[in-house]
Write a protein that binds this ligand. Structure first.
Ligand SMILES: Nc1ncnc2c1ncn2[C@@H]1O[C@H](COP(=O)(O)OP(=O)(O)OP(=O)(O)O)[C@@H](O)[C@H]1O
Ligand SMILES: [Mg+2]
Length: 141
């Protein structure tokens, strides 16, 4: 596991953009971190790095949002999940998220992934974000 310190929300966004560069499709990022840790900031960076053109917002009230990825060889969609309001994995299963998790043309990022642990496939990439100060975060990945 690697660690970086991000000193600003731009730094966390940039970390997300850099993560996107090496993706082939089918990756699942399981984000763990408190309220305001920067999970959505990282998601926006990842989406930007993938080439998502539309605005990425927190999916808290929708639970799942699907974005088109333009001009990528293998990846067609970015799937942004927020499990905060879910109580269990079956809740999310009911939404049909499994189809996205298994799709090699999709990159998925799940906020509050600890809430749906039983549903996370083995190869999911865990990213932990911790508050250090107002503007700095420790990111383990
Ligand atoms: N180094 C940093 N990295 C990320 N965000 C930062 C950083 N420093 C300050 N912030 C601020 O912290 C907030 C992070 O909000 P964000 O919505 O990304 O958190 P979240 O983890 O998605 O929270 P939630 O659990 O409510 O979804 C933003 O207001 C952002 O500007
Ligand atoms: Mg969020």
């Amino acid at each position: 596991m690697k660690t970086i310190i991000s000193h600003s929300s731009q730094g966390t966004n940039l970390f997300g953009q850099k993560l996107a560069a090496s993706l082939k499709g089918g990756e699942i990022f399981a984000l763990i971190g408190d309220l305001g840790a920067g999970k959505t900031v990282l998601a926006k960076g990842l989406a930007k790095g993938l080439g998502v053109k539309s605005r990425v917002n927190s999916p808290t009230f929708n639970i799942l949002k699907l974005y088109s990825v333009k001009n990528h060889q293998n990846i067609k969609y970015f799937c942004h999940v927020d499990a905060y309001r879910l109580n269990s994995a079956p809740d999310l299963e009911a939404i049909g998220v499994k189809d996205f998790l298994e799709d090699k043309q999709v990159v998925t990022l799940i906020e509050w992934a600890e809430k749906i642990k039983p549903l996370l496939p083995k190869g999911s990439k865990i990213i932990k974000i911790e508050h250090l100060t107002d503007n700095s975060r420790k990111i383990n990945y």
